[in-house]
Design a protein around this ligand. Structure first.
Ligand SMILES: [Zn+2]
Ligand SMILES: [Zn+2]
Length: 179
């Protein structure tokens, strides 16, 4: 599969420029064309009133059930707080070596941590998160290299330490996958 096509499907409001920026970053990292789509579903049924968060496992399954002809990878983009039962929150998750992942901007704004700053941090972090989840769908596991986008991140500080690109090793693995 030399030129796989990736779909980024957004749920909820995102600025057009913001999405196009993410799409461009994905395109250059994975050397493939990227489609932007809008999803229209009621997120209410994924809301857990006790946790006041949205169920990341159910949302991942929901996105996985969508069809986008020609797309080999699908990432659902959200702006709500995601959780899975064993964790306080997640930035996103994906099926390893599968077709689908999800990612949310919710935890990436500086406002949330009382850090002054602008939206460029949010964009920067979200680009890395989307590329990270896509890496998982291409079979890449967490990488020990500090600056590699496949490094696992629990906190935004971890995300800020990495680059938005794959390290040499992860890149080589991806290329084996895409052959
Ligand atoms: Zn990961
Ligand atoms: Zn790596």
């Amino acid at each position: 599969m030399h030129h796989p096509n990736i779909t980024l499907v957004s749920f909820g409001f995102f600025e057009k420029d913001f999405l196009e920026n993410i799409a461009k970053a994905v395109q250059s990292e994975f050397h493939c064309s990227v489609n932007l789509k809008e999803g229209h579903i009621d997120l209410g049924e994924y809301y857990d009133p006790a946790r006041r968060q949205y169920n990341g496992n159910d949302l991942l399954k929901m996105v996985d059930a969508l069809t986008f002809p020609g797309s080999v990878k699908i990432i659902g983009l959200f702006n709500v707080d995601l959780f899975i039962p064993i964790l306080t929150y997640i930035f996103g998750q994906a099926f390893l070596n599968g077709r689908t992942g999800i990612a949310s901007v919710y935890r990436f704004s500086n406002d949330r941590y009382g850090i002054p700053g602008n939206n460029s941090f949010l964009l920067d972090r979200f680009r890395k998160e989307v590329i990270h989840e896509l890496g998982h769908t291409f079979g890449l596991i967490h990488c020990p290299v500090t600056t590699c986008v496949m490094r696992s991140s629990t906190y935004v500080e971890d995300v800020d330490q990495k680059k938005q690109s794959l390290c040499h090793n992860c890149r080589a693995q991806l290329e084996t996958q895409q052959e």
